[in-house]
Ligand binder design. Structure first.
Ligand SMILES: Nc1ncnc2c1ncn2[C@@H]1O[C@H](COP(=O)(O)OP(=O)(O)OP(=O)(O)O)[C@@H](O)[C@H]1O
Ligand SMILES: [Mg+2]
Length: 257
């Protein structure tokens, strides 16, 4: 078996909202270059966990390491500069800007003095090239001059993926990227995510409710329940896990993999 490097590690990560332990003592390792899914019922703590990985939320206690560096509670812009990109459960684009402008803004996030009027020419060219490359990558070239609000929900989700890809992150944290999408559009976005992960050897951490998707694309799955890790393993191991079946899946899904 290949031994992979750990890219993200949490140690006893905990977040309280008042008396509620939304994330409760979660220690897990995410291996570089893998697609690692985090599943669990509504309210299990998945988004809260993501928010602590991405710097959107400070943990109550515990630690987050990225490539061995302690990044616990560091702000989000620092995470982006280090190579961690994330999506939100709710689409997070600028509706009145065009597809091109949305991606362009996101790619500028990696350059120094990013919001300077007088960005030097080399940087501008680099941003422009990167913008065109990403638009092509997510399949939105023919719509690049349309305002984002004019896109279908599925295409807005692709645009959002493009915005995360624009600064060329090593890790993508995707919180329900297919939420609200028409069922027939889901496979296309998932294929796109897989391509991005494989071709760029990127690490993808994916929160997803669609079990068929999770079972077919994940290298590893962590199941959360009431803020804690209930189980971890390959799709086959998770499908066969009795505790997961009773606590979460409850026979709702056909888990033959
Ligand atoms: N800002 C907050 N203030 C208070 N409670 C919160 C806050 N954010 C989340 N919670 C609570 O923490 C728990 C975990 O929520 P979280 O959003 O992390 O779950 P989730 O697994 O992402 O759920 P879903 O599948 O519905 O997105 C829930 O009980 C939620 O109500
Ligand atoms: Mg959530």
């Amino acid at each position: 078996m290949t031994v992979r490097e750990t890219i993200i590690e949490t140690q006893n990560l905990t977040k309280y909202f008042g008396a509620l332990a939304a994330v409760d003592d979660v220690s897990l390792k995410i291996e570089a270059g893998t697609l690692h899914a985090i599943i669990g019922p509504n309210g299990a703590g998945k988004t809260t966990f993501f928010n602590m990985l991405s710097g959107n939320l400070k943990p109550t206690s515990g630690k987050v390491f990225y490539k061995g560096m302690d990044l616990t509670g560091k702000p989000i812009h620092r995470m982006i500069h280090l190579g961690i990109g994330r999506s939100f459960q709710i689409t997070n684009i600028f509706p009145n800007l065009t597809v091109h402008e949305n991606i362009r803004l996101a790619s500028q996030a990696m350059e120094d003095n990013n919001f300077h009027f007088l960005m030097d020419t080399a940087k501008m060219v680099r941003c422009e090239e990167r913008t065109a490359e990403v638009i092509e990558r997510v399949g939105l070239k023919s719509q690049s001059l349309l305002p984002a609000r004019a896109l279908s929900h599925g295409d807005q989700r692709k645009l959002e993926l493009g915005m995360i890809l624009a600064p060329d992150p090593e890790v993508l944290l995707l919180d329900e990227p297919t939420a609200g999408m028409a069922t027939d559009q889901v496979p296309e976005l998932i294929t796109l995510i897989q391509e991005v992960q494989r071709s760029g050897t990127k690490t993808v951490v994916l929160v997803e409710h669609n079990m068929n998707v999770v079972m077919s694309v994940s290298d590893k799955i962590t199941v959360m329940h009431q803020g804690k890790v209930l189980a971890e393993g390959t799709p086959a191991e998770i499908a066969a896990n009795h505790e997961v079946q009773t606590a979460y899946l409850g026979g709702l899904y056909d888990l033959k993999v």
